[in-house]
Design a protein. Structure first.
Length: 154
C-alpha cells in the first residue's frame, strides 16, 4: 500500500486545523528509509485545551471520530475512520522522549505535495522503542538501528 496519498491528506488537514504534531513510530521510521510497515500513524502533540479543540476539528475534517481516552489509564487519543481504515494515535507523552519541544526541535519536515508533516528523528524513534521495551518494539529495534547506522555513514 502506498501511504503517500493518506499522509498528504493528513498533512493537509493538520495544517488546516493548526494542530502541531510530530509523527513518531514505524511510519516515521519508514519515511526515513527503514524497511518497516505499520497500519497506523502515531503522533506526539501538546495536550492543551486549544489543541484538544484542534484534534476534534482534525477528526471532523478526516470524517472520523476520537476515542477519548483510548484506555482509562492512558492519555492516548485515537482518531479513527473505520470506513477508510484510518487510525491516528495522538499522545502528549512518549516513552524515551522528554518533551514535545525537544522532539520537535530534532524533527524534520517531510513534504507531500504542498503540505508537510513533522517527522521525528530516527534517533528519537529508537530511544522510544527501547524505552517501551514491548516485544513488538524490540522486534524492529535492530532494523531501525541498522538504518540509523547507514544514515550516519552516508
Amino acid at each position: 500500500m502506498n501511504a503517500a496519498p493518506v499522509l498528504k491528506e493528513i498533512a493537509r488537514r493538520l495544517n488546516e486545523c493548526g494542530l502541531e504534531a510530530v509523527l513518531i513510530g514505524n511510519a516515521a521510521a519508514a519515511l526515513q528509509g527503514a524497511p518497516v510497515t505499520t497500519l497506523d500513524f502515531d503522533f506526539m502533540f501538546r495536550k492543551t485545551p486549544s489543541n484538544m479543540k484542534r484534534l476534534k476539528e482534525l477528526a471532523r475534517l478526516l470524517g472520523g471520530s476520537i476515542l477519548t481516552p483510548f484506555h482509562p489509564a492512558s492519555d492516548l487519543y485515537r482518531l479513527v475512520n473505520d470506513d477508510r481504515g484510518l487510525q491516528l494515535d495522538f499522545m502528549p507523552a512518549i516513552h524515551g522522549v522528554r518533551s514535545f519541544e525537544g522532539l520537535r526541535s530534532r524533527a524534520s519536515r517531510v513534504y507531500f505535495g504542498e503540505w508537510s508533516i513533522w517527522v521525528a528523528d530516527l534517533r528519537d524513534i529508537v530511544k522510544s522503542k527501547r524505552a517501551l521495551g514491548r516485544p513488538k518494539d524490540l522486534a524492529v529495534l535492530e532494523i531501525l538501528e541498522q538504518t540509523l547506522d547507514e544514515k550516519n555513514k552516508a
